[in-house]
Design a protein around this ligand. Structure first.
Ligand code: CTP
Length: 430
């Protein structure tokens, strides 16, 4: 690459809005990545304005390429304001110095996202056409391509469109399924563009699978609490929301890992591109963990597993009758982590939520459960909150992470784990 070209690219990076440079986390895998967002002519084009904004806020350098038809639905000024970068529309009107030629955009990109991708765009790409800047960019890129179709149900299910999608998939392009729901026209069916958050999740997964430091590694993460049923309508449980475990799962996915998330009952939406196993009780979680760790490289046991369960499960709702008291007899649940103490074929990380004597309890659990690392946090200040302060303990010492949003803490935790066991967790290519 010549220096003129580098200067040109860095001056374009410099054009990122100041608010982005201030708030993007260096730990975010999107930070500094060059993403081409190809927008085609669908009414759903307005929805990807939010995607452009979110990718930019995460620190990505987003070059929006619009087809002629796309500009009939949304103006270039919208995307330009949201990305802080010029919007590209014309194959023949690229920057005057000629350095960004018609193929350079695709060559320079880390990821190309086509959203919304119309039936016409899918057909043109499947045919290998390069008749505008969007198709030329796709043809010229060596970056992964994520394609997000959105269209009328009949156009989507038409054999021509389906064959084009199969062709793109066979060539390695990741094509998402549109959602089923209310379309722009008065009709319910398949063809809706997935939400910006869903597209972003898939973009992170695609990028991670290509360049992430954990690509090829299998990671099992447990999240949330467990519910131990008393009768068909009541349970013994705890306040865990599952937020930290879900954040860890997303951070591992972003780094290219193949994640199995074993989640207790929670109202959180499942993270995209992650294999989620839903469980209710500690016994179910134990069985799910046993099955998932068969081929794991790393287990992070974040779940707040109930230590006890009701000794008897009533199959009918317990009636209060005239009693002033109800005695509930509880029996001990198995300790899932301690049960894996003899397994040394994967890295084991536990969590310790304590209200007092944090370090002493954490160190005792580290030893008793045969863990490689334990992550201690103050229970009351963490459970149900959006941010968390943690201390990482292992055989070599400890590392405190300041209070921060759980998503950011999750990224720091994964980087810290990776740093300690580089050989066991290094990316596997291929
Ligand atoms: N854990 C587990 N199985 C259990 C209880 C806990 O695998 N039955 C795991 C948790 O997922 C966590 C670690 O063990 O990673 C510590 O859990 P915690 O609830 O902090 O401690 P306990 O072992 O339950 O001990 P105590 O209740 O005395 O604090």
């Amino acid at each position: 690459m010549n220096s003129f070209y580098v200067d040109y690219v860095s001056s374009r990076c410099y054009n990122a809005p100041a608010f982005v440079r201030d708030c993007a986390s260096v730990m975010d895998v999107l930070a500094g990545k060059q993403i081409v967002l190809g927008v085609s002519g669908s009414i759903a084009a307005y929805k990807v304005a939010e995607l452009a904004r979110n990718l930019t806020l995460a620190g990505a350098l987003v070059d929006v390429v619009m087809t002629e038809a796309a500009q009939r639905f949304v103006g270039t000024a919208t995307f330009q304001a949201l990305t802080g970068r010029p919007v590209l529309t014309d194959l023949w009107a690229l920057p005057e110095d000629g350095i960004i030629g018609h193929v350079a955009l695709g060559r320079q990109a880390n990821l190309v996202i086509l959203a919304p991708a119309t039936a016409n765009t899918l057909a043109r790409i499947a045919a290998g056409l390069s008749d505008d800047l969007l198709t030329t960019t796709v043809l010229a890129t060596t970056a992964p391509v994520l394609c997000v179709p959105a269209m009328n149900t009949h156009m989507y299910t038409n054999a021509a469109t389906q064959e084009n999608i199969a062709t793109l998939r066979r060539r390695g392009i990741v094509v998402l399924e549109p959602e089923v729901g209310q379309l722009a026209e008065p009709m319910v069916g398949i063809g809706r563009l997935p939400s910006p958050a869903t597209i972003e999740g898939h973009a992170r997964a695609v990028l991670g699978s290509r360049v992430g430091p954990l690509r090829g590694r299998r990671i099992v993460i447990t999240a949330g609490g467990t519910h131990e049923p008393i009768d068909p309508v009541r349970f013994v449980g705890n306040r865990s929301s599952g937020r930290m475990g879900f954040a860890l799962a997303s951070a591992a996915r972003d780094r290219g890992a193949q994640v199995t998330l074993i989640a207790g009952p929670t109202t959180l939406p499942p993270p995209v591109a992650i294999d989620v196993v839903r469980v209710e009780t500690a016994l179910q979680m134990r069985d799910a963990v046993a099955a998932a760790v068969a081929y794991a490289d790393l287990l992070i046991m974040n779940a707040a597993v109930a230590d006890f369960r009701p000794a008897e499960l009533s199959h009918q709702k317990i009636k209060k009758g005239a009693d002033e008291e109800l005695m509930l007899r509880l029996v001990r649940n198995p300790d899932i982590l301690a049960g894996l103490a003899d397994r040394h074929d994967f890295v084991k990380v536990g969590f310790a939520a304590e209200t007092h004597d944090l370090e002493a309890y954490a160190r005792t659990k580290l030893a008793r459960k045969g863990l490689d690392m334990i992550i201690a946090n103050e229970a009351v200040a963490s459970i149900g909150h959006d941010d968390i302060a943690v201390t990482l303990f292992d055989a070599a010492g400890s590392e405190a992470l300041a209070r921060q949003p759980k998503a950011q803490a999750a990224a720091h935790i994964l980087e810290a784990i990776l740093q300690r066991w580089p050989a066991r967790l290094a990316a596997i290519s291929g």
